[in-house]
Design a protein. Structure first.
Ligand SMILES: Nc1ncnc2c1ncn2[C@@H]1O[C@H](COP(=O)(O)OP(=O)(O)OP(=O)(O)O)[C@@H](O)[C@H]1O
Ligand SMILES: [Mg+2]
Length: 296
């Protein structure tokens, strides 16, 4: 469904745009229907940049992003299937309009011919799907709703469209613990409906809870990716181990993990990039100790 191949992003910076920052470097991964993929990495590693490129908000510098075989093209047809939700739900709402205006905007843009009564019914259904009581949220202003309620309203809005992929960028970081679990349970439910979710986070334990696959991003590159239980249960990249060590409860025996003593990729005759260490479990060689490329 969603395919990234060798995606690179360079931002122009400086007063005259003369300098560039390479935020994303040669990133390739897929998200298939009914799958949650976590994109994990520390601040500045390029996670949101990848999310924004997938949403067509920033052009790629090189490489390709395709959705159902077609290149990303920002516009109504694309956003019918691909939607993004971000960290701060308040920023997605105009404070002077009632929160349900987000639904009216969807109707105007996508379903102008649906009769009002049928539309109201659809909105109610999507609200109940995200476990919001329509009577409690419709007609309220954003400041009268909690962050968790607004986040759920945004998910309900996405459900009104025929979405296939949701890009969720740090959507739980502003929520308290119990609301966070609610929103995560909701995302887990979305995947049972066949949606693909790219779950961007720096919160390892919650990412694990949700995702079948995990992509670990470091300084704009994929350090390691694969099935979540393998990436966390048998981390091959020192950076992944470092991330795990910050969450001791998640992987109690991480100290016992065998140290990476040599560059796996070059040992096997590779020339750089990602090594498939186990089926579907990839690790970057360039950052491993004793990698001849010397790049860390
Ligand atoms: N619009 C922009 N112009 C210039 N540089 C940018 C822009 N947006 C991001 N960057 C730079 O690109 C790099 C990656 O940023 P990005 O926001 O993608 O990281 P992130 O992984 O989402 O971080 P965080 O966890 O803090 O949200 C950073 O060095 C950042 O400073
Ligand atoms: Mg970000």
């Amino acid at each position: 469904m969603l395919t990234l191949r060798e995606v690179t992003k360079e931002y122009k910076v400086g007063a005259f745009g003369g300098k560039t920052v390479a935020a994303v470097k040669g990133v390739s991964f897929d998200v298939v229907p009914g799958e949650v993929v976590s994109l994990i990495g520390e601040s500045g590693s390029g996670k949101s940049t990848i999310g924004r490129m997938i949403l067509g908000l920033h052009p790629v510098t090189s490489g390709t992003i395709t959705f159902d075989g077609r290149p990303v093209r920002a516009g109504k047809d694309y956003y019918r299937h691909v939607q993004g939700i971000f960290q701060d739900p308040f920023s997605s709402f105009n404070p002077v309009f009632k929160a349900d205006r987000v639904f009216a905007m969807i109707k105007e843009a996508y379903y102008p011919d649906v009769p009002a009564a049928e539309w109201a019914e659809r909105v109610e259904t999507s609200l109940r799907d995200v476990r919001l009581n329509p009577a409690q949220v419709l007609g309220k202003y954003p400041h009268q709703l909690s962050g968790g309620q607004l986040q759920r309203l945004l998910i309900a809005r996405a459900l009104l469209l025929d979405i296939k992929l949701l890009v969720a960028d740090e959507i739980t970081s502003m929520l308290d613990a119990s609301t966070r679990i609610d929103v995560l349970n909701l995302l887990a439910e979305l995947k049972t409906r066949g949606l693909g979710v790219l779950y961007i986070t720096h919160d390892l334990s919650l990412g694990t809870y949700l995702a079948e696959r995990t992509v670990v991003l470091r300084r704009g590159r994929v350090a390691e990716m694969g099935p979540t239980d393998e990436v966390f249960g048998d981390p091959l990249h020192p950076y992944t181990r470092e991330l795990l060590s910050a969450v001791p409860r998640l992987h109690e025996s991480w100290d016992d993990a065998a140290p990476v003593e040599s560059c796996l990729y070059h040992d096997k005759g590779g020339t750089g990039g990602l090594l498939e260490a186990a089926p579907g479990h990839f690790v970057a060689c360039s950052a491993l100790p004793s990698c001849p490329s010397g790049e860390v």
